[in-house]
Design a protein around this ligand. Structure first.
Ligand code: FNR
Length: 181
């Protein structure tokens, strides 16, 4: 079974993106071992400490480096990725550069109409940069942009319950498993 490190671009307790990650962890439990790699405790990236980073950074880099692939689930902030996610990716782009060649898929949820399209387009550019060079799941037919979140998530269980969205994600996950093998 593939081990997948999950990066969540929101620190909010009630985050829809976190709810999507939980939904996927449960739904694909027989296919993928999804484990959230915490980005909350990472300090701001600082070249003065990068050669001897704090243990939170070391653990994070080890966890992502050891995973067979990465899933990034992120909101859109001001038409781009949240700073906290960019900071985590900046850490991953240094040292052993653990994202080079790593299979990565992305997804995002917003309460609005656009479903994080702009953020994920930015994210794709970031993930192609020289220090990162992730092996992204090709976007054609695989772009997970979830809009109108309040209509698609259950307020009580905090899980994605929209059937057609779930079936679409099923297909993307199967493609990702093929891509990552
Ligand atoms: C947002 N939000 C937002 N939504 C969007 O579709 N496009 C955007 O550019 C932005 N910009 C933005 C900036 C900032 C600073 C905040 C706090 C929010 C709204 C955002 O999609 C909404 O708060 C989501 O619920 C955040 O995701 P989580 O925390 O639910 O995962």
């Amino acid at each position: 079974m593939l081990s997948i490190a999950v990066l969540i671009g929101s620190l909010r307790q009630g985050s829809y993106n976190l709810q999507l990650a939980h939904t996927m962890k449960e739904r694909y439990i027989n296919k993928l071992d999804l484990e959230i790699a915490d980005i909350r405790s990472l300090p701001f990236f600082d070249q003065d400490i990068e050669l001897n980073p704090p243990s939170a950074v070391q653990q994070f880099l080890r966890k992502v480096g050891a995973a067979d692939g990465v899933l990034i689930v992120t909101p859109e902030y001001n038409w781009s990725v949240p700073g906290v996610l960019k900071n985590a990716i900046d850490w991953l782009s240094r040292g052993d550069k653990v994202l080079i060649g790593k299979p990565v898929m992305t997804a995002g949820v917003s309460p609005g109409m656009m479903g994080t399209i702009r953020a994920q387009l930015h994210l794709r550019e970031i993930l192609a940069s020289p220090g990162i060079q992730a092996r992204l799941l090709p976007p054609a037919g695989s772009e997970i942009y979830i809009s109108s979140a309040a209509l698609k998530f259950d307020e009580t269980t905090h899980r994605l319950v929209d059937e057609s969205t779930l079936r679409f994600i099923d297909r993307v996950v199967d493609k990702f498993i093929e891509h990552a093998r």
